[in-house]
Ligand binder design. Structure first.
Ligand code: AHG
Length: 337
């Protein structure tokens, strides 16, 4: 007899999903459970911030010349270790690593998946108790199973993701993941130490009265983006911005809205990373019925050239993203008339 959906733990839910596909190997389910385990360990540490001596810089910079926080390094190690020790991942790439790590041994080479992640997005906000999170995307490898994975397995467009998700470490910890079949959210139940299904079948509302952008950069935005923001203001929409993508996009996904991190004069390609931040969220948003573009095309259609390339981001409720696109198009037509 099927269990009541609302009571399902992440493990039970992924096993229930497996039952619908008799030929499935269970590899993706076990990969998601591995990530869930790392998330619980990361949340345990994040929730001690302020008590234990774990705040502040780790004393070195990452590939993006950003100062690595101690908790960034902790989260990176936790994720890396569960995936390295598990049987469902052939290799990883992370915002905190220069290149890929190939888990080159007999068991991991048998896996069909590689994982890309940002271990702790928004970590510069930790010192002030703002929600932060882990973001991940899972890809089916291109190279043959049985051999070590390679860079080409990672440099795939986001549309090829088999699953994508995030864990938000906020007032509670919540894991949200999408496969092509839907988006589901699991809240960590402290009584049993398990993620339990709390938000089944998430849909992003198509209409909204909220926009989310760092308006401090207003002078650096292109005209079309400025026009869109003015339209939001004229409609009396509210502005919400935590400065932590996981928090801002999570709110946008659940309540509707639009999240913008446009290109700027000082950052012509935008700030957020295509492979670790934009693609996973774009995949989730689209499965949930929303939209995600770089201004001109779907984010998930972009063919990556580099593991660490940035990407302008506009994502959320479908009507708002379409209106933004129109503002950019109108401005383009005007400037080329
Ligand atoms: P970091 O992980 O270095 O704290 O960066 C956070 C990211 C992302 O989560 C957020 O949306 C964005 O940077 C905020 O950038 P601004 O401070 O420029 O608005």
């Amino acid at each position: 007899m099927p269990l009541h959906k609302k009571n399902l733990t992440l493990d039970e839910f992924t096993i229930q999903q497996l039952r619908m596909f008799p030929n499935a190997t269970g590899e993706l389910s076990s990969l998601l459970r591995d990530i869930g385990l790392a998330a619980k360990r990361i949340y345990a540490e994040v929730s001690k911030a302020g008590l234990a001596d774990i705040l502040g810089s780790a004393g070195y910079k990452n590939i993006h010349a950003e100062t690595v926080q101690q908790l960034d390094a902790f989260a990176q190690n936790q994720l890396r270790n569960v995936l390295r020790n598990g049987l469902s991942c052939a290799g990883i790439a992370s915002e905190e690593m220069d290149g890929i790590e190939v888990f080159d041994d007999v068991m991991n080479n048998k896996s069909k998946y590689v994982v890309m992640f940002d271990p702790l997005d928004g970590s510069t906000n930790i010192d002030t108790n703002t929600a932060v999170g882990t973001i991940f995307g899972v890809y089916r490898r291109k190279t043959s199973i049985g051999s070590p994975c390679a860079l080409e397995d990672f440099l795939q467009p986001g549309v090829n993701q088999v699953a994508a998700g995030y864990i938000i470490y906020g007032s509670s910890a919540m894991m949200v993941y999408a496969t092509r079949r839907g988006v589901n959210g699991f809240t960590l139940d402290p009584a049993i130490g398990e993620f339990s299904l709390s938000h089944p079948d998430i849909h992003c509302p198509s209409e909204t009265d909220t926009y989310s952008v760092n308006q401090g950069y207003w002078c650096q935005f292109e005209q079309g983006v400025q026009d869109f923001i003015v339209r939001c203001q004229q409609k009396g929409m509210s502005q919400r911005y935590a400065g932590s993508m996981v928090a801002d996009v999570h709110r946008t996904l659940i309540k509707g809205g639009i999240f913008l991190y446009p290109a700027m004069h000082s950052k012509p390609g935008g700030k957020l990373r295509l492979m670790y931040e934009c693609n996973p969220f774009a995949f989730i948003m689209e499965v949930a019925g929303g939209k995600a573009i770089n201004g001109y095309e779907r984010i998930v259609d972009i063919m990556p050239a580099d593991l660490h390339q940035p990407c302008p981001v506009f994502m959320g409720s479908s009507l708002a993203v379409s209106e933004l696109r129109l503002c950019l198009k109108n401005q383009y037509i005007l400037s080329h008339a």
